[in-house]
Design a binder for this molecule. Structure first.
Ligand SMILES: NC(=O)c1ccc[n+]([C@@H]2O[C@H](COP(=O)([O-])OP(=O)(O)OC[C@H]3O[C@@H](n4cnc5c(N)ncnc54)[C@H](OP(=O)(O)O)[C@@H]3O)[C@@H](O)[C@H]2O)c1
Length: 329
């Protein structure tokens, strides 16, 4: 098969090689997916650049997420058959060196979810890490019906799905953004209140919106960077779900303040969450997709041979949605 790989970490254009590799074969409990699209997430880029962790395998095919068509099922597989359209996550994760920047991937059937006909392969490849992370942050502490949820970075890949899923879950949603264009994105996703955190007073606007009560949940793209603000707008008995903390990776957490308001902290990385949680997320995302048309942000599409360009686009940091590699061209 054609694939893109790296054998050392470093700049994308220097370390990513496009060439031929043996096509994998599905083992017991596994399916083989003929990939159509591969989603590039910041963590895939961090792993390849070496900023995230040292090389874990001699050779790595990057990227966690993807879509395609099942073309081989291993012994004992019950949920899928050849020809099924699917989306997947945790491709290059958890003991798998070979991710989705390739023509084929083999992985356990539980990591694979049916892809509705209404989504293109590129749209489906934006689900993976972004939609799963959004779901786990939102629902990790129980239902959110009737609650107020603050999504920081409401136009980000994760944030945009968090706004949509929070509305579907019955919450009132506040989203923070840094520009008018991002505000429009968050509004289109269903946010009830959009606040430009660079120009407006997030605490004051949130407290007015919640009649001074504060928010029940935060889905936070920058825990450390936002902490001083966040603590001022939390309701009593609330929760902060943290999926990134790039503004300050080692913040000082005023634990006594959290205790006084009974604020739960839920930091998470998607690849380490238990299978039962991930299965619940997959099931709910399938229901959510089936219930109505949804917004899926494809930031850019490049052919497999230009995967380095896709990594560079994510590295730049100004993508709006998910950068997609087309695995079949
Ligand atoms: N824990 C996990 O499992 C997990 C899963 C997915 C992603 N992540 C991490 O989460 C981060 C975002 O990923 P992504 O793919 O969603 O990136 P993205 O598409 O670039 O979105 C990030 C968004 O957050 C906004 N933002 C940044 N700092 C902010 C702040 N202090 N307050 C409010 N908004 C802020 C950015 O816009 P402005 O800069 O214009 O504000 C941008 O819209 C990355 O670091 C990624 O590695 C972690």
């Amino acid at each position: 098969m054609k694939a893109v790989w790296y054998e050392r970490t470093g700049p994308a254009a220097e370390v990513l090689t496009h060439g031929e590799m043996p096509t994998p074969v599905a083992g017991p409990g596994e399916v083989r997916v003929r990939l159509q699209a591969s989603g590039v997430n910041p963590a895939d880029v961090g792993r390849r650049s070496g900023s995230y962790r040292p090389m874990e395998y001699p050779r790595v095919i990057p990227n966690s997420d993807g879509t395609g068509v099942i073309d081989q099922v291993g012994d004992g597989v019950t949920r899928f058959e050849a020809g099924d359209r699917v989306w997947l996550f945790n491709g290059q994760r958890n003991g798998r060196a070979f991710g989705t920047a390739a023509e084929y991937i083999v992985l356990a059937e539980w990591l694979v979810t049916p892809l509705p006909e209404s989504l293109s392969f590129a749209q489906g490849a934006t689900l993976g890490i972004p939609a799963m992370t959004a779901w786990c942050c939102l629902f990790g502490d129980g239902p959110i019906r009737g609650q107020t949820v603050l999504v920081t970075g409401g136009a980000g890949a994760v944030g945009h799905y968090a706004v949509q899923l929070a509305k579907w879950g019955g919450a009132q949603v506040i989203a923070t953004v840094s520009s008018a264009a991002k505000g429009e994105q968050a509004r289109r996703a269903g946010a009830d209140l959009v606040i430009n955190y660079r120009e407006e007073d997030v605490v004051a606007k949130t407290l007015v919106f919640t009649a001074q009560r504060g928010v029940d949940r935060v889905v936070d793209v920058d825990f450390g960077g936002n902490l001083a603000t966040t603590l001022k707008l939390m309701a009593v008995n609330s929760a902060i779900a943290v999926y990134a903390t790039n503004g300050n990776r080692t913040p000082v957490v005023p634990m006594r303040e959290l205790m006084e308001k009974c604020i739960a902290l839920r930091p998470l990385v998607l690849f380490a969450l238990p299978q039962a949680t991930l299965a619940a997320a997959q099931a709910d995302i399938s229901k959510w997709l089936a219930a109505a048309p949804r917004l899926h942000n494809v930031a850019a599409q490049v052919p497999l041979s230009e995967t380095a360009r896709a990594h560079e686009a994510v590295e730049k940091g100004d993508k709006l949605g998910t950068v997609i590699v087309d695995c079949a061209r």
